[in-house]
Design a protein around this ligand. Sequence first.
Ligand SMILES: NC(=O)c1ccc[n+]([C@@H]2O[C@H](COP(=O)([O-])OP(=O)(O)OC[C@H]3O[C@@H](n4cnc5c(N)ncnc54)[C@H](O)[C@@H]3O)[C@@H](O)[C@H]2O)c1
Length: 249
Amino acid sequence: MRFENKVAVVTGGGQGIGEGYAKALAAEGAKIVIAELAEAQGERVAKEIQAEGGSACFVRTDVSSEESTLAMGQAAIAEYGGVDYLINNAAIYGNMEIHGMLGVPWDYYKKFMSVNMDGCVLATRAVHASMAERGGGAIVMQSSAAAWMGAGYYGIAKLAMHAITHSLARELGPKNIRVNAIAPGPTDTEATRKIVPDFIKDQILSSMPLARMGEVEDMVNACLFLLSDDAGWITAQILAVDGGQIMRA
Ligand SMILES: NC(=O)c1ccc[n+]([C@@H]2O[C@H](COP(=O)([O-])OP(=O)(O)OC[C@H]3O[C@@H](n4cnc5c(N)ncnc54)[C@H](O)[C@@H]3O)[C@@H](O)[C@H]2O)c1
């Protein structure tokens, strides 16, 4: 029960890895705010946490909107009195359109970056003052191994999250708020099953030292460690959780 009586906001917590984060934090005593665009999914996860005896609420949130994220922060404070942890997990991923950098429709590119790159800044702006008031906290950004792969606008947004992690770690360190990122490799979620064909998955896995798909549980273990006091002197780091897919000296 590392997070008893703490409050955690999970963006994109309505399915996939975000759902795993929300449920695992709830199981360790945290009160959960599911900040999610998709209403049915967000409501479902909140109800399932409640059914297990945990505390959770769904707040419909578009992380690309300043108005929506500020309202989410206020709703979290109204419901639970404040915020201690934030996981910036929301992204356009499962329904992503695939284009090259030179051909992507410009409006789509702008919308994509406003969710996948700017969203983590807006969500942080909405809750950091409350975290500071409560004596500090921790933030985890959900990046991707794709950040290091020249993977078009998806990778660019994730690589930008690393720079944002560094900048926010500097700005928020004096308030005792730690900011780190997780860079998952290929992880078995409904979204991945939808957008990654089996033959590509097999190619990716055959090049990896630990040649299996990541499980949501793998991400949960890393994320909860980074949020917990066990990581009390760790900030501004990008932790690859990817079976060795990316090797950087
Ligand atoms: N699954 C993988 O293999 C993998 C690998 C590396 C990184 N990631 C990252 O992990 C995260 C979760 O991945 P997943 O597989 O669970 O994907 P997913 O598509 O199932 O989850 C993304 C969630 O974000 C929500 N969302 C989308 N736009 C939003 C917005 N504007 N505001 C609020 N919520 C919004 C979606 O509704 C969804 O619940 C994403 O950031 C993804 O880029 C995934």
